[in-house]
Design a protein around this ligand. Structure first.
Ligand SMILES: [Zn+2]
Length: 258
């Protein structure tokens, strides 16, 4: 991410309106860029001023009347309410928003946990998505942050009982940005991290049980795309919020390596 992109993202970043991968990219840029860090501080200072509960916004009677007339409330109740005066402090709006988002997030996770496990594939896809989300939420994306496949691959030596294939596709728009150990399918697996524009791709790799080569299969859940294939004795699970075609292009690049 460059400074211009960071500037474009700074307000939604402060308001927690960015998706997880964009949030991480902004965070990474801010860590390395004092200018953008300064911009963040000044925007936050303005935000803090506006959050001051002493600053109040009085709802005009005309607006109050319009809101009430739009509500399906009995006439007697409207009469009672119109005698009271509405004063909305500024901070109630962000608080209400935060509460709504918290409830939505809670529901999203409930949905993820409550998903039907009709096949092992679905269960594994769900596990892969959960690991992907966890890696972004905990911002534990990397044990070995590096764009060099010759640094990332040997890092796994001695940490796993297998040596995962590691390739960089930066010139095709999928930059390797590092790797880490993760736990999936009841075992330790390699997680390679790629960047596609502002999106993060996690590629989970472990020795396949069948040992056969399979065609890539696509699953979509909760806005995440998953492509899965077996190749050369390894099981591959690619997870991201990039669109299915982009992730398929990534899977094709990886499959062509064997
Ligand atoms: Zn910057």
């Amino acid at each position: 991410m460059n400074c211009q992109e960071c500037h474009d993202y700074i307000d939604p970043y402060i308001d927690n309106e960015l998706d997880i991968s964009s949030t991480i990219l902004v965070k990474q840029h801010l860590r390395d860029c004092p200018e953008c860090q300064q911009l963040l501080e000044s925007r936050k200072a303005v935000g803090a001023l506006l959050d001051n509960p002493q600053i109040r916004f009085e709802v005009p009677d005309s607006l109050l009347g319009r809101v009430q007339s739009a509500l399906p409330v009995p006439r007697s109740a409207v009469k009672q309410r119109s005698s009271s005066r509405f004063v909305l402090p500024w901070f109630t709006i962000p608080l209400a928003l935060a509460a709504t988002i918290a409830v939505m997030l809670g529901l999203a996770f409930l949905n993820q946990e409550g998903v039907f496990d009709r096949s092992q594939g679905n269960a594994l896809a769900q596990e892969a998505i959960s690991s992907h989300v966890r890696s972004l939420l905990a911002t534990h994306l990397f044990d070995v942050p590096s764009t060099d496949q010759h640094t990332v691959k040997p890092w796994f030596d001695g940490k796993l009982k297998f040596s995962p294939p590691v390739h960089d596709f930066a010139e095709r728009g999928f930059r390797l940005t590092g790797g880490r150990l993760d736990y999936l399918n009841g075992r330790e697996v390699a997680a390679l991290v790629y960047q596609r524009r502002l999106h993060i791709i996690n590629l989970f790799i472990w020795p396949s049980e069948s040992g056969r080569n399979t065609a890539a299969e696509n699953l979509t859940k909760d806005g995440y795309n998953v492509w899965h294939w077996d190749r050369d004795g390894f099981a591959f699970w690619a997870v991201s919020d990039v669109n299915a075609e982009d992730l398929r292009a990534f899977a094709d690049l990886e499959m062509q390596q064997s």
